[in-house]
Structures are given as structure tokens and as C-alpha cells.
Design a protein around this ligand. Structure first.
Ligand code: ADP
Ligand code: MG
Length: 715
């Protein structure tokens, strides 16, 4: 057993000598099969290369050893060298702790463990020199450090300890198995100190020179074991540059390939349907922003290129009308159009709205959802195939294989962040030539994110609300004040308005949430016995859901108690109060979406956020932002700042095709713009990366492509 192990180590050194970056990490000293599995499942690391590109998230200055007499409570972290004495277990049971005296020539300090006592006991020996690192505090008038890092002061460890020390993110499961940041650092050290050749360069020489970057080898070594602060910064810059550069190069290259490969349908005329609608049916004057966007779309679909456009417009800005006008252009040119919405409620509502305002125009609009009855479905499918239906509105049901079009020319996706990448892609495969694509979102995306996630989409923005809208007034109350609010609710209902009360529904505790909702319903019934109340939630059967929703839309019920199923798109202009229970459990963009359900008519509207008294710092900041501003872009920027782009739920749903390892979209916006320009300039000269000097780029891009889903049709 022992011999085998040593043999493996030899094997490893051999591999590193050849600098095989694809080598399996399980044969590295300090790894082994169990840790290798953990690294694979927790951090997706399986090769030496993966490991080297697992970058630290912070660095701590451990550039020197302190003497114990220097310790005072101002010092945040100290690193000490000394020996231990007096190992003692204090207390019993759950309150037990391990107390150890640690000393050097200048004094002594107590080290304390509450957890992992047995492990520490096994490890500590009284005649060994140790390095201790931690944050000192005072207890019973003596200095102590709780749960310090401690390791034997071997020559290697001393070398490792001194300097800017890298810290790595590890999961709870890894920590439980003692694969913590320090352990990862040791493994990194084995690799880095075992490197006998230089790491291969991943950027062309000419770019490195032109943009003053340090080489890959030095960057990787210094990102894990910084020699100086200056080198650390240069290493970070180089690696962020590389990461963002390749993402942009990939996106822009795909766009070039696509526009060469796919011609778009030409919608050359603006015909009868569009003009008649515009002159006779339009219920109100378009806002200037709507006009501008319609013009942008008209130019796009007439150009011979396949349109790939993202329409961003805050809640209530009137995207539906733009969708309809685009559909009419398609129909004028003999094509069919499809509008896909994320929920049945929303699809149904779109269908009603559009049927109503196009009445008498002579176009055929149909609705297809999961709950369309079999007979009706068959009829719709056959009319769709024959071309009799001009425009279909629906949910995911639209992407099923049985849905065949006669000549699909335009696909519109509403609230697109709700759909997965694969779902969206399926819809635009429904014609031999790719149809034009318009995706609409009311979740404004910060510019940097848009550039990354939707890098090659053209973006239109409706940055103006229809006239006469009053900004929604937003207030935060603790839920102990709920009763006081009832008076206000009554007042609003007496004025003829309608009220939403929304409860959070978060999957992990679905049962409890559901009880909250039902209790809320009972509560509303007893607080407002004189009014009629609807309730809608995700578990209801569709028909029932629709019926309840319909009653509220028609004004037969005054109060709607619901989960977030009503978050997106629902339009009841008469509703003027949005009450959000458990508001601390919602993200910023979700709160903004929910608030967008009111303020859609001419009345002053209100949004009331109820929370418990216990609020984290971050929650307070969220509440501050949402009560201060109605500007969706400002809110999304704040959201990204508070949560970090990696955590943005919507982003993840929109299928961000990569994880950023080192760059941060919130902090590195400028660098992102900078490298995007570099990538664009480079592709202008060498559109398909065919020149000799760009061969390395082409190779790297191929490697990226292998590691991601087929994104080329979609982004
Ligand atoms: P969203 O962009 O959130 O999808 P909608 O398309 O649902 O917004 O429009 C919100 C409301 O504003 C609807 O009641 C719609 O009829 C109305 N609306 C849209 N455009 C205009 C306009 N130019 N003038 C007045 N009201 C408009
Ligand atoms: Mg909408």
C-alpha cells in the first residue's frame, strides 16, 4: 500500500516534468481519490489545468511573523511562531472547549477550539515549533485566538506562510472533509513548485506586447503565490483581460459566422394590416420611444439580415404594442408570427388584448397553451400548418414538435429571461430559414451584463412610459403594523380600486409558504368581509386559475391574494395597491416586477412592503433602493452590486454560457468595454481568425466552444 503510494508520487513528478496540464489530479500528493472526487463534484475541477485556474478570492497579508508581546486588539490578523504547552479540555458536553497555551520568547497567548477538538488533539505535539495565524481577542484579561490556523513550522510551511496569502472558496462539504482553503493552497504549492517548464502561453505574443500584459506563466504563479503586491495586480489584470477578451471574441466571432451563414427573410413592405391598424385601431398615440423602436425593427427586418433583437423596456412601458406592430409587418409580407409567453395567465391575457384591439382587421389570431382542449388544439394545428392562422400566441406549448407552421417569419419572446436557452432555440428552428427574433424583457439588464450574455444582440430600449402615469409610491412597514394598513386598503377599494396581496413562494419550504398563503387568504376574508377576494397560486388547476384571474380582471373581485405567479406581465390597470408580504424574501428585480403590476392606469398607485423586524444589512439596502426609486435600470445595477452578477437569478436562467473565474462584471465594466473593442478591431481585420498570428486565438476559441452548450443560434 505504502509502496504503491510512493510510486504514484513518482509518477506524478514525471507527469509534471512533462507539464501535462490535462493530468488527473487524483495522483497529486495531498489529493488522492477522495479529495479528487470532492474537487470534481464541488468545484468541477478534474485536471491540473482546472486546478491552476481555480483562482483565489482574496489575499491576506502574512508578510511577517509577529511577536506575542506585540499583540493588541487593534491588530486584525497576526501570524506567530512558537510552541504549545498545557493542552486542556475545559467543560463538558456541547460546551466543551479545548484550551492550549502557545508561547514564544516574548510571551504567551491562549488558543481555543470549540469544534474539531479530537482532530486538533491528535495533531498537536508539545515539542514542535508551530506557525499560528488568526485574529486575537481578549477574554478573562488574556489574549486568545479562537480556531486559529496552526501548522508545524517546517521550512516549506514557513516559506509558504510568508507573503500575501491566497484564500480559496471551498464548499461546506469540502470543509467538513478538511479540504479547506489552506489545504487547497498546499495542493497549489505542490503543483506550482513542481513546474519544471513554463506554462504554455494562451494569448498571442503581439497582444501581450501591445497591451502590456505579463505572460501566462508568471500570471498563474503570482495569482496563487504573489511575490509582490505589484506582481499580484499585474497577474490579476492579465487573467481578467484574457477571460473577458475570449468571451467577447467568441461572441463577436459567432455573430460574424452567423450573419454569413444565415440570410434573413426580407419584409419589404409595410402593408395593409399595419397601416389600417395604425390609422384605425391604435387605442392611443405611441410614445416616441415606441415609435423609435418600431422603426428600428422595420429597418432590421427589411435589411436581408436575420434580426436578433433584444427589446428592453421597463414594466408598463408598452412592449406588447410594439410586439403587435412587428407581427403585423410579418403578416403584411405573407409570413406567420408567434408570440411566446412564460405563463398561461400571461399568454391568455396577451391573446385577449390582441384579439380585442385587432377586431375587424381581418387577421386570425389563436391561443395555444398546455390546457387547450384536444379538439381545439387539432384544429389550431391544422390551420397553422395551412397558413390560415396568421399569428399564434402561447406558452411552451408552441415549441412542441407537433406545432408546424406554414411559413413562420417572426418569433417574439416575452419576458425572455424566464425561458431556458434550449426552449428558446427550439422555436426558431421551425422554418427552413431562421425567422426574425425579437426578445422582450422588463428586467433591465446592466449594460455590462447585456454585453456578455447577449453580446451580439442588437438592443432597443423603450426608455419612456406612456403619458399620464404617476410613479408608484413605495413604503416599507414592519408586519406588526399590518392591521393599520387595512384602513388604507378599504379606502382604496371604496374609491373603486383593486388590491394585490402577494406571498412569497420559495421551493425549499413550499409547504410552509403555502400555509402562509392560505392563512393570508383567511386573514383577508376576515379583515374585509364586505369585499370579494380571489386567490391564485401555482398549484391550482389552470382552468380554476384562469377563472379566478378573469374575475379580478373584470373587477368582480376586489382583492387578489396570490403567489408570484402574477409577477410577470399581468395587466389590470385598475389595480392600485400592491402589498408584498415577506418582502425580505424577494430579490430586488422581483420586487420591481411585482410593483410593476400597479401604476398601469392613471390613478396614483402604492406598493407596500411588509417585513419582519429581523433584517440583514443587505435586506435593508435592498429596501432602501426599492423605496427610493422606480427606475428599473438603477434597480438592476444595484441588484448586481448587492448580489454580484454570478448570483443574479435571472442571468442564470437566461443561460449564461460560462462562469467567470476571475473577472467581475460589476467591478470590471471598463475592462470589459476595453477588451470588447480590442476583439472587435481584431475581427474587423481578420473576421474568421485565419491569419497566422491569430492561430492561437482560433485554437483557444475552439477549446471554449467545446466547453459550452451550442449557443450560436441563440445569444
Ligand atoms: P409592458 O411593457 O410591461 O409589457 P404593456 O404592453 O402591458 O407593458 O403596457 C402597459 C399598459 O400601457 C397597457 O395597459 C397598455 O395598453 C398601455 N399602453 C401601451 N402603450 C401606450 C401608449 N403609447 N399610451 C398609453 N398607454 C399605453
Ligand atoms: Mg409585458
Amino acid at each position: 500500500m505504502c509502496i504503491k503510494f510512493i510510486f504514484r508520487h513518482d509518477l506524478l513528478i514525471l507527469q509534471l516534468n512533462f507539464l501535462d496540464l490535462t493530468a488527473d489530479i487524483q495522483f497529486l500528493p495531498g489529493v488522492g481519490p477522495k479529495r479528487a472526487t470532492l474537487l470534481k463534484t464541488e468545484l468541477s475541477i478534474s485536471s491540473v489545468e482546472d486546478l491552476l485556474s481555480c483562482y483565489p478570492y482574496k489575499y491576506i497579508d502574512r508578510s511577517r511573523f509577529y511577536q506575542i508581546k506585540e499583540i493588541n486588539t487593534d491588530a486584525s490578523y497576526v501570524q506567530l511562531r512558537g510552541k504549545i504547552a498545557n493542552i486542556q479540555k475545559v467543560g463538558v458536553g456541547a460546551k466543551q472547549r479545548l484550551s492550549v497555551i502557545f508561547y514564544d520568547e516574548t510571551g504567551k497567548i491562549e488558543l481555543v477550539w470549540f469544534k474539531g477538538i479530537r482532530y486538533v488533539l491528535e495533531k498537536l505535539k508539545s515539542d514542535t515549533l508551530y506557525i499560528v495565524f488568526g485574529k486575537p481577542s481578549v477574554f478573562n484579561e488574556i489574549y486568545n485566538i479562537v480556531h486559529p490556523e496552526i501548522e508545524p513550522a517546517t521550512a516549506e510551511n514557513q516559506k509558504l506562510a510568508l507573503g500575501w496569502q491566497a484564500h480559496y472558496n471551498t464548499s461546506e462539504k469540502m470543509k467538513r472533509n478538511f479540504l479547506n482553503s489552506a489545504a487547497l493552497r498546499k495542493i497549489m504549492h505542490t503543483i506550482v513548485s513542481g513546474l519544471t517548464a513554463r506554462l504554455p502561453e494562451t494569448l498571442p505574443e503581439y497582444l501581450i506586447n501591445r497591451y502590456n500584459l505579463i505572460n501566462k506563466h508568471d500570471a498563474v504563479v503570482n495569482i496563487h503565490f504573489p511575490q509582490t503586491l505589484d506582481l499580484l495586480e499585474k497577474a490579476q489584470h492579465r487573467l481578467k483581460f484574457e477571460e473577458l477578451f475570449y468571451i467577447q471574441l467568441d461572441i463577436l466571432l459567432q455573430a460574424k459566422v452567423r450573419s454569413r451563414k444565415y440570410k434573413g427573410f426580407v419584409f419589404s413592405v409595410v402593408g395593409n394590416y399595419f397601416n389600417t391598424f395604425y390609422k384605425k385601431h391604435l387605442p392611443f398615440e405611441l410614445t416616441n420611444a415606441q415609435k423609435r423602436v418600431v422603426r428600428e425593427i422595420r429597418i432590421d427586418v427589411g435589411s436581408g439580415k436575420q434580426m436578433n433583437r433584444l427589446l428592453q423596456g421597463d414594466v408598463g412601458s408598452g412592449k406588447t404594442l410594439v410586439a403587435l406592430l412587428s407581427m403585423l409587418i410579418a403578416i403584411d409580407n405573407g409570413f406567420q408570427a408567434a408570440l411566446m409567453a412564460p405563463t398561461e395567465i400571461l399568454a391568455t391575457q396577451h391573446a385577449h388584448t390582441l384579439l380585442e384591439i385587432t377586431q375587424g382587421l381581418g387577421i386570425n389570431i389563436a391561443l395555444l397553451t398546455g390546457s387547450t382542449k384536444k379538439k381545439e388544439r387539432e384544429l389550431i394545428l391544422s390551420k397553422l400548418q395551412s397558413g390560415e392562422i396568421h399569428s399564434i400566441i402561447g406558452t411552451h406549448a408552441l415549441i412542441e414538435d407537433t406545432v408546424v407552421f406554414s411559413n413562420l417569419g417572426l418569433v417574439i419572446i416575452d419576458e425572455q429571461h424566464r425561458f431556458g436557452v434550449a426552449q428558446r432555440a427550439q422555436l426558431w428552428k421551425k422554418n427552413t430559414t431562421l425567422p426574425h427574433v425579437l426578445v422582450m424583457t422588463a428586467t433591465p439588464i446592466p449594460r455590462t451584463l447585456a454585453m456578455t450574455v447577449y453580446g451580439d444582440l442588437d438592443v432597443s430600449v423603450i426608455d419612456e412610459l406612456p403619458p399620464g402615469r404617476k410613479p408608484v409610491q413605495t413604503y416599507h412597514y414592519f408586519d406588526t403594523k399590518r392591521a393599520a394598513m387595512n384602513g388604507f386598503v378599504k379606502q382604496q377599494i371604496e374609491l373603486g380600486r383593486q388590491i394585490y396581496i402577494v406571498y412569497p413562494l420559495i421551493q425549499e419550504s413550499e409547504k410552509m409558504d403555502f400555509r402562509n398563503l392560505e392563512e393570508g387568504f383567511e386573514h383577508a376574508k376576515s379583515a374585509f368581509p364586505e369585499y370579494k377576494i380571489s386567490m391564485v397560486h401555482g398549484k391550482m388547476r389552470t382552468a380554476e386559475k384562469d377563472r379566478e384571474m378573469e374575475k379580478f380582471v373584470r373587477g368582480e373581485t376586489q382583492i387578489m391574494v396570490a403567489t408570484t405567479v402574477i409577477e410577470v406581465g399581468v395587466n389590470v390597470p385598475n389595480a392600485s395597491v400592491m402589498i408584498i408580504e415577506g418582502a425580505e424574501r424577494f430579490g430586488l428585480s422581483q420586487l420591481h416586477q411585482l410593483r410593476g403590476r400597479v401604476g398601469r392606469g392613471a390613478d396614483q398607485s402604492y406598493c407596500i412592503l411588509l417585513t419582519s423586524h429581523k433584517l440583514s444589512h443587505e435586506t435593508r439596502q435592498r429596501l432602501e433602493v426599492i423605496t427610493r426609486t422606480n427606475d428599473g435600470f438603477e434597480i438592476s445595477e444595484a441588484d448586481m452590486r448587492l448580489r454580484g452578477p454570478g448570483d443574479m437569478n435571472d442571468t442564470r436562467q437566461s443561460g449564461m454560457p460560462f462562469d467567470l473565474k476571475i473577472a467581475n462584471l460589476a467591478q470590471d465594466a471598463q475592462l470589459l468595454q476595453y477588451v470588447r473593442n480590442i476583439a472587435a478591431g481584431l475581427l474587423d481585420k481578420d473576421p474568421l481568425l485565419e491569419t497566422l498570428e491569430n492561430q492561437l486565438l482560433a485554437l483557444q476559441i475552439k477549446k471554449i466552444a467545446k466547453n459550452k452548450a451550442n449557443w450560436s443560434l441563440i445569444s
